[in-house]
Design a protein around this ligand. Structure first.
Ligand SMILES: [Zn+2]
Length: 364
């Protein structure tokens, strides 16, 4: 199994220069290779397989940075480009903008080139960087790769990926919980509970929206706009940390209390596109939440069961199993089963059905 640890790192001035150079080279090689691929495709209708090595004689300075970082840029591009060949409708991959405020690169472990010990992270071509390691990594974990990033407010992070042998005993599930995705509350569970977003979180979200609006009305390239951009970036960071914190606590509680959690296998990308849910779906953190839930359950030998997205969880009466197609109308929040007369809350009923279906799958 894989596990990533993300730590803040504190490069010195020299290292910061080298990191900036690496971010730049990674972006450059990505864009250069993409441009050549596009040109080749437009001329020949064929796929071009180019590698960073081919560019190093023309652009000597590429040799100064971590070559594995360039190799990873090539791999990312290859994936995006492959998607285009499978489905040309998605268009060519996008060029990486110089103006982007999020910079990162990934490098791989080869022959001891990377290590993490005594509060220092050793990186190829960068050397030993001071690292705030707030969690111990077990000795038998094997380091695979590191993604170094700089966020919009200027802080540096290293996300270090480890591989480990799972020795967790799978437990026989006895307690089950169903979760029905909810746009506003994250989810409603099969016991009728919903998580309460902390008030401070809503407040900072509202503040962020306000400052973002302000930013969008400011004059391009002005001093004030730049100040506002940093303010928004910092607020953004705060909101996303608060959200992460909340999602960690919520998933921890559930993973401790239940042996098996059942959810719908939702395609969030399709949902935000097709149903015009807009930003709220992606912002509400369902994807992050289910990722946290998954690894916390995994670590405890418990299960996360994903019910097929076409399972009609909202339409079935959880008491008698009768189907009510009228509930396809999302505005119907409460309904009474024509067959057995049970009064249903839409979301709780759906969560119970998801739990029951998950239970059936888990015990099958
Ligand atoms: Zn019924």
């Amino acid at each position: 199994m894989n596990k990533a640890y993300k730590f803040r790192i504190y490069p010195n001035a020299e290292q910061r220069t080298m990191l900036a150079k690496t971010f730049g080279c990674v972006r450059f090689i990505y864009n250069q290779m993409l441009a050549d691929k596009i040109k080749h495709y437009e001329n020949t209708n064929q796929k071009l397989n180019n590698t960073p090595a081919q560019y190093k004689s023309r652009y000597e300075w590429l040799k100064e940075v971590d070559s594995l970082a360039l190799a990873n840029a090539q791999m990312n591009l290859q994936t995006a480009y492959g998607n285009f060949f499978r489905n040309p409708k998605v268009g060519f991959p996008k060029f990486k903008s110089k103006k982007s405020n999020h910079r990162s690169y990934t490098t791989n472990y080869v022959n001891g080139n990377i290590s993490l010990k005594n509060g220092q992270l050793k990186l190829p071509k960068i050397g030993l960087v001071k690292c705030k390691q707030h969690r111990q990594v077990p000795d038998d974990y094997i380091l695979k790769s590191v993604t170094v990033s700089q966020n919009p407010s200027g802080k540096y992070y290293a996300s270090i990926l480890f591989e480990y042998e799972s020795q967790v005993q799978q437990i026989e599930p006895h307690s089950f919980l169903g979760l029905d995705f909810s746009m506003h509350e994250l989810y409603v569970d099969s016991d009728g509970n919903e998580p309460n977003y902390p008030r401070y979180y809503r407040l900072s979200e509202a503040k962020l929206a306000k400052e973002q609006r302000k930013l969008s009305h400011m004059q391009k390239d002005s001093n004030n706009r730049n100040k506002q951009r940093i303010k928004v970036a910092k607020l953004h960071e705060k909101v996303s940390n608060q959200r992460k914190d909340f999602l960690h606590k919520q998933s921890r509680q559930i993973a401790n209390a239940y042996d098996c959690v059942c959810i719908e296998n939702l395609d969030m990308k399709a949902m935000s596109g097709a149903l015009h849910f807009g930003k709220s779906v992606s912002d509400n953190g369902w994807g992050m939440f289910t990722t946290f839930l998954q690894y916390k359950l995994d670590e405890a030998g418990k299960k996360l069961i994903k019910v097929d997205k076409f399972f009609p969880s909202s339409q079935i009466c959880n008491v008698c199993g009768c189907k009510n197609p009228e509930t396809k109308d999302l505005s119907i929040r409460n309904w009474i089963c024509a067959e057995c007369g049970t009064r249903h809350n839409r979301d709780v009923n759906a969560a119970i059905n998801i739990r029951n279906e998950g239970m059936r799958l888990a015990l099958a």
